[in-house]
Design a binder for this molecule. Structure first.
Ligand SMILES: *[C@@H]1O[C@H](CO)[C@@H](O)[C@H](O)[C@H]1NC(C)=O
Ligand SMILES: *[C@@H]1O[C@H](CO)[C@@H](O)[C@H](O)[C@H]1NC(C)=O
Ligand SMILES: *[C@@H]1O[C@H](CO)[C@@H](O)[C@H](O)[C@H]1NC(C)=O
Ligand SMILES: *[C@@H]1O[C@H](CO)[C@@H](O)[C@H](O)[C@H]1NC(C)=O
Ligand SMILES: *[C@@H]1O[C@H](CO)[C@@H](O)[C@H](O)[C@H]1NC(C)=O
Ligand SMILES: *[C@@H]1O[C@H](CO)[C@@H](O)[C@H](O)[C@H]1NC(C)=O
Ligand SMILES: *[C@@H]1O[C@H](CO)[C@@H](O)[C@H](O)[C@H]1NC(C)=O
Ligand SMILES: *[C@@H]1O[C@H](CO)[C@@H](O)[C@H](O)[C@H]1NC(C)=O
Ligand SMILES: *[C@@H]1O[C@H](CO)[C@@H](O)[C@H](O)[C@H]1NC(C)=O
Length: 759
């Protein structure tokens, strides 16, 4: 039925003397598939009605290769209204086909690629210019031309990664729409070449979708601009983002925003794609700290900031902050609090170059315990021999370089920061402060110190307590509790945070918890001194230990405030030298020892066990002599062996007993002191077991045996000497008397015998 119709038509055309496209195609067996499709789709008469045109005629092999269905559209896409010979084709030429619904409401385009051979889209022309009449040509091709896909589909085929990014935004849907679009598509996989890693990481993340859409919108113009039809020159277009794109075209090249177009006019059903050498840079994406935090993988941190009302730190621009970002998986969820989070935000912009060792930064953690002040964060900078430095915020090391965004800085750190802890918990860790901790417990001042807001505390080291000697022993004695409390309070200042930097430059006189003034000063070489305003200062040996309610510094000397008067009697009580106290009382010397500049030698109770005390207490004279031998009426010596003395390893001191009853203080190679009675028996040497200076200027020297006064004979000399001297005197006197007697006898004898002197 069909074939006779075709024959009939052929016959008619023959009769009319002009050929039709169908006739010409029919002549060649290789177009039989095409003819068959034309018939099946009822396009024969439509084709025969064409007065002119170009037919791109796929041969039978081409249809063989073609797998998709052949529709009306497919066939119409092979027809052009005007007849064109191959010599009229030029490279890059676009032509409208009879397939309607093209981007600019004309027909869909085909694209000519011309070098030695001519390609129509992907299909090669295998026989050219088969003439139907002088206005109609058939160009045989080796493939069926596929009507163009949408822009979205085209991009998906050309650059999957880019397409997926578009698909993460709404852009891929947009590019399926009919409105014609011109898209500038980079040949690079992603559009992020112009953005740093943080920015591109952000744009790739779900948080960056809107900005990414803005970016893609910037690469799209909502009209179709075929470069083939573009007049040479420079034209500015408005992109979907509202910003301008400048397209230039001249003989040499075509560019958009000065980026070379490497492949123009990639046709699509709803527009055209131009491939460009590298991605367009879009300055209109506004990056801020929040976006950078997202790009820095600190999304969890940002979430918490928002949750705890700290999000404004990320969004504001007026003030500068430094953000410290620990790895999320290292954070124990139970530690998260507003305080903890705000401790990770540091006031000001702190690039690595500005950080110095031992520096304290101010965080945004405003602490009630600090009296509303902001808690500090210690920095340490270690520069190794390679001049690379490692920076730590407290215990957390910095990873990589800082990121800078609008004068805000972001650091990635190895671990979460911990807020400075409870003061007692912190001090306990330092073994060098164990005595101080012990005194805090004994005195029950610990809680008071712990509850003081904005505390500056000077903590004497163990060595400092050791230097106090018997005074320390007294202070921990139950009777000295109030004194100890006052002494400890004297080391604490409330509501006044003094960090090392604050103490470095000016002199402070501050009222302590003991209500008396402590003076903080410094010398030229930067050492800081703490003490009573009148002097006797300790040196600050270690500064800036941060605790929840303030700051702690170590000092080398315990400071005793003026209101604490420690007497010799106190020290005797402190060392529990009860027998000595009893003896002093009995000798009525108890008041005397607490006067100015009296040093008491205090034998321990154990030392007295070797003495017959009953005998002693019965003999008042003996008792007084013994007591007085143990009192040196002079001021306290820092060194009891005088350097200037010619007796290099010993010094002598007169006692209250008499100027002759001296004691000798010796020092052995180990620096240990011993005391003996001058000219007393060797065996009576007492070892010094402790020293303690008192407020009145004297002090107590604790010893391990009792000094026994030397028994005095005549002339106030020791017993033996007085005997010897007496004997000598007797002998000399005797000798003189005998000589006088001898001569006297002689003179008497002469007189008796009648001799007369001859004058
Ligand atoms: C194909 O298109 C022609 C011309 O527009 C029309 O006459 C014909 O009916 C169409 N065939 C089909 C199957 O739609
Ligand atoms: C084709 O031929 C006709 C008649 O022979 C003539 O009128 C017409 O101008 C020609 N067209 C072209 C493009 O040569
Ligand atoms: C991108 O452009 C489309 C079309 O104008 C618009 O609907 C969409 O909101 C734009 N997207 C953004 C993020 O501006
Ligand atoms: C963030 O995470 C991505 C993907 O896990 C990774 O490629 C990138 O290096 C990370 N960035 C930073 C700053 O850690
Ligand atoms: C923020 O930092 C910049 C550069 O360091 C500085 O110029 C500016 O004054 C700082 N702003 C404030 C509020 O400190
Ligand atoms: C988190 O901290 C809490 C309380 O500080 C502790 O009990 C818990 O064991 C910690 N969890 C982990 C996983 O470290
Ligand atoms: C915070 O830093 C700014 C300078 O960046 C400074 O002017 C301001 O005094 C600082 N605030 C505190 C509380 O340290
Ligand atoms: C210090 O003085 C205040 C007020 O004058 C008083 O309340 C406080 O008890 C005093 N503290 C000591 C330790 O004396
Ligand atoms: C400052 O004091 C320290 C510690 O007492 C001392 O070593 C240093 O010599 C003093 N410097 C000056 C300039 O006096």
């Amino acid at each position: 039925m069909k074939l006779p119709l075709l024959l009939l038509l052929l016959l008619i055309s023959q009769v009319l003397g002009s050929q039709t496209i169908i006739e010409v195609l029919s002549k060649e067996e290789r177009f039989s598939t095409l003819l068959k499709h034309l018939e099946e789709l009822k396009l024969v008469s439509f084709v025969n009605d064409l007065k002119s045109g170009t037919v791109f005629a796929p041969d039978n092999d081409a249809f063989e290769k073609y797998e998709a269905d052949i529709s009306n559209s497919t066939i119409l896409y092979h027809f052009i209204k005007k007849g064109i010979r191959t010599d009229e084709f030029y490279n890059g030429q676009l032509k409208e086909t009879l397939l309607e619904g093209g981007p600019d409401d004309g027909g869909q385009r085909i694209k000519v690629t011309k070098s030695n051979t001519i390609f129509i889209n992907e299909a090669k022309i295998i026989s050219s210019d088969i003439q139907v009449n002088n206005e109609t040509y058939i160009q045989a091709i080796d493939r069926v031309l596929e009507p163009p896909a949408s822009i979205g589909a085209s991009i998906k085929m050309r650059n999957k990664v880019m397409y997926d990014l578009m698909a993460s935004t709404e852009i891929s849907n947009l590019l399926e729409k009919k409105r014609p679009f011109t898209v500038f598509l980079s040949t690079t996989e992603t559009p992020f070449e112009n953005y740093n890693s943080v920015e591109s990481n952000y744009l790739k993340s779900k948080y960056g979708r809107d900005d990414l859409a803005v970016y893609f919108n910037y690469t799209i113009i909502d009209k179709v601009i075929y470069m083939d039809e573009f007049k040479s020159g420079k034209t500015t277009f408005k992109s979907l983002s509202g910003d301008s794109l400048v397209i230039t075209s001249n003989k040499e090249k075509m560019t958009v925003n000065d980026i070379p177009i490497t492949q123009s006019d990639i046709i699509a059903s709803n527009g055209v794609i131009h491939e460009i050498e590298h991605p367009i840079k879009h300055d209109a994406i506004h990056f801020d700290t929040r976006k950078y935090m997202y790009g820095y993988n600190a999304t969890q941190m940002v979430e918490w900031f928002d949750q705890y009302d700290l999000g404004n730190y990320l969004d504001q621009q007026e003030l500068n902050y430094t953000f410290l970002v620990p790895p999320c998986d290292s954070i124990n969820a139970s530690t998260i609090s507003k305080a903890w989070l705000s401790y990770h935000i540091v006031n000001g912009s702190w690039p690595q170059a500005n950080l110095k060792d031992d520096m304290l930064l101010t965080t945004q953690f405003k602490s009630h315990d600090l009296g509303g002040k902001q808690q500090k964060l210690p920095v340490s900078v270690e520069t190794d021999h390679l001049y690379s430095s490692s920076i730590q915020f407290d215990h957390a090391r910095v990873i990589g370089d800082e990121v800078n965004i609008h004068d805000d800085i972001i650091y990635q750190i190895t671990e979460p920061l911990s807020l400075p802890g409870d003061i007692l918990g912190k001090l306990v860790l330092d073994l060098d402060l164990s005595t101080f901790i012990a005194t805090l417990y004994v005195s029950e001042v610990g809680d008071e110190i712990k509850e003081t807001n904005g505390l500056t505390l000077f903590v004497p080291t163990n060595e400092a307590f050791q230097k106090l000697g018997l005074v320390a022993q007294y202070l921990v004695h139950p009777t000295a509790k109030t004194e100890l409390q006052t002494v400890l309070r004297y080391h604490a200042i409330a509501n006044s945070l003094l960090y090392h930097d604050d103490m470095r430059d000016s002199v402070h006189e501050l009222v302590t918890l003991a209500n008396s003034t402590l003076r903080i000063s410094q010398n030229e070489s930067g050492s800081i001194f703490v003490g009573r305003p009148e002097g006797n200062e300790g040196v600050v040996t270690h500064t800036d230990t941060l605790v929840s309610n303030g700051v702690v510094h170590k000092i080398s000397q315990v400071q005793i405030p003026n209101q604490v008067r420690i007497t010799n009697s106190n020290l005797l009580v402190g060392i529990e030298s009860n027998t000595m106290i009893q003896i002093l009382e009995k000798a009525n010397l108890k008041d005397l020892i607490d006067r100015d500049n009296i040093v008491v030698l205090a034998p321990s109770d154990k030392a007295f066990s070797k003495i017959d005390l009953d005998d002693l207490f019965e003999n008042q004279d003996q008792l007084e002599r013994l007591a007085k031998l143990h009192i040196i009426p002079r001021e306290w010596q820092d060194r009891w062996i005088e350097e200037s003395s010619n007796l290099r390893d010993k010094s002598e001191y007169p006692t209250l007993l008499s100027d002759d009853d001296k004691v000798t203080i010796r020092e052995n190679e180990k620096g240990e002191l011993s005391i003996e009675v001058k000219n007393g028996p060797e065996s009576d040497r007492a070892h010094v077991t402790g020293l303690g200076r008192v407020s009145a200027g004297g002090g107590v020297i604790a010893i391990d045996s009792v000094l026994i006064p030397i028994k005095r004979g005549f002339f106030g000399l020791p017993w033996m000497w007085s005997v010897i001297v007496t004997l000598i005197i007797v002998i000399i006197t005797g000798g003189v008397l005998s000589i006088i007697g001898f001569f006297g006898y002689k003179i008497y004898n002469r007189r008796r015998l009648g001799y007369r002197p001859i004058f």
